[in-house]
Design a protein around this ligand. Structure first.
Ligand SMILES: Cc1ncc(COP(=O)(O)O)c(C=O)c1O
Length: 363
């Protein structure tokens, strides 16, 4: 389609760094770009430690494995999310406990978390959706009160600041994805941030087959190969050097959509305590039927849009993890859609897309 939901922006800088990495022959997971990218990214988020991984899902799996989340443990996860954090809990044979979301942020409902905590609960994964932020004050309070681990899945909210502090720096770990449609990309790729040296070291070992760094071919744990390559890190380094530009563009795109559409639909929430990055600018329609017809209508004009994620509790493998009522998740999932949000869209593009939405709604 002419107007995509999100496409990467690749400049000469990315091409030069990747070519340099190829020419250097450091094509696997060692090399200067890995080191530089890890250093830059963790500094950007504001944590002491950070490591790359092969994608966002493996970043979550590494985080949970380093925390020794295992069979018999429960992990609270929002019901409206991309599926990775739920699957990562299941990879470790632990139980995901699905929690409803909030109307004003589309993130986990902090007021419902406590009712889901019991003696088996070990961790909470918050998912910061579509550039928004969960209520970190309240969630940190719950974490401390019940002595739980906290993982932030900030894959969709890279650069969002909650009270002037970057998401991914609050929890025991922050996890990110650099899939091609994300705010910045490495093709496929992921990242874990942490302030805890022990967890960092454990994730590093788990990422590399569980092999101890002191003794080659000596395996302390059953690990994985979840490494990112130097070639991907070269792309990532160029992208993070341009990240402020991407985020400024996302915010500008959001501002134009909001102005154009605010009298017609419920526009993307703007948090009181956070400065959103609008990974995918999103709107809510009156109901699912209208939303689906609008998606269909826009596709005729070469405008790609996406429905929101399905609530996790309705899909066959996950029905058994329902523990709550999911009124808000059900409703937002039905009404929500993502609009084209790539940084290459200009004002005329956004005006055109907005006009088509208004034209449909007025018919
Ligand atoms: C919230 C969230 N978490 C995790 C992931 C998984 O990342 P990846 O596709 O890199 O495995 C994604 C999306 O891709 C996501 O949106």
């Amino acid at each position: 389609m002419k107007y995509n939901v999100s496409e990467p922006d690749i400049s000469d800088r990315e091409i030069n760094y990747v070519c340099d990495a190829v020419k250097s022959t450091w094509v696997s997971s060692k090399g200067k770009y890995i080191d530089e990218f890890e250093e830059k990214f963790k500094n950007y988020i504001g944590t002491r430690y950070g490591l790359t991984s092969s994608n966002g899902t493996t970043a979550l799996h590494l985080a949970l494995s380093a925390l020794n989340i295992k069979e018999g443990d429960e992990v609270i996860v929002p019901d409206l999310t991309f599926i990775s954090p739920v699957n990562a809990v299941l990879y470790n044979n632990a139980t995901p406990v699905l929690c409803d979301i909030k109307n004003d942020s589309w993130c986990i409902d902090e007021d419902k978390i406590e009712s889901l905590i019991n003696e088996k609960t070990k961790a909470i994964i918050v998912v910061h959706l579509y550039g928004n932020s969960a209520n970190m004050d309240k969630i940190m309070e719950i974490k401390r009160k019940y002595n739980l681990y906290l993982i932030e899945d900030a894959a969709e909210s890279l650069g969002t600041e909650y009270k002037n502090r970057k998401l991914g720096s609050f929890g025991d770990m922050g996890c990110f994805s650099f899939y091609g449609n994300k705010t910045m990309t490495t093709g496929e790729g992921g990242f874990c941030t942490t302030n805890n040296e022990e967890l960092y070291n454990k994730m590093k070992i788990l990422r590399d087959h569980g092999m101890t760094s002191k003794k080659r071919y000596w395996h302390e744990f059953i690990g994985y190969n979840y490494r990112l390559t130097n070639l991907q890190a070269a792309l990532g380094l160029a992208q993070i050097e341009r990240l402020d530009y991407f985020i400024n563009r996302k915010r500008e795109i959001a501002r134009i959509y909001h102005e154009n559409l605010k009298d017609y639909v419920a526009t993307h929430p703007e948090g009181n305590n956070y400065n959103g990055t609008y990974w995918l600018y999103s709107i809510l329609l009156n109901d699912g039927k209208i939303r689906d017809s609008l998606i269909e209508y826009l596709s005729k004009y070469d405008i790609e849009t996406r429905r929101f994620f399905y609530p996790v509790h309705v899909m066959p493998p996950y029905i058994k993890y329902s523990r709550d009522d999911y009124t808000v998740s059900d409703e937002i999932s039905q009404k929500g859609m993502n609009l084209p949000s790539g940084v290459k869209l200009n004002k005329d593009d956004i005006d055109y897309i907005s006009d088509k939405i208004i034209e449909f709604l007025e018919k």
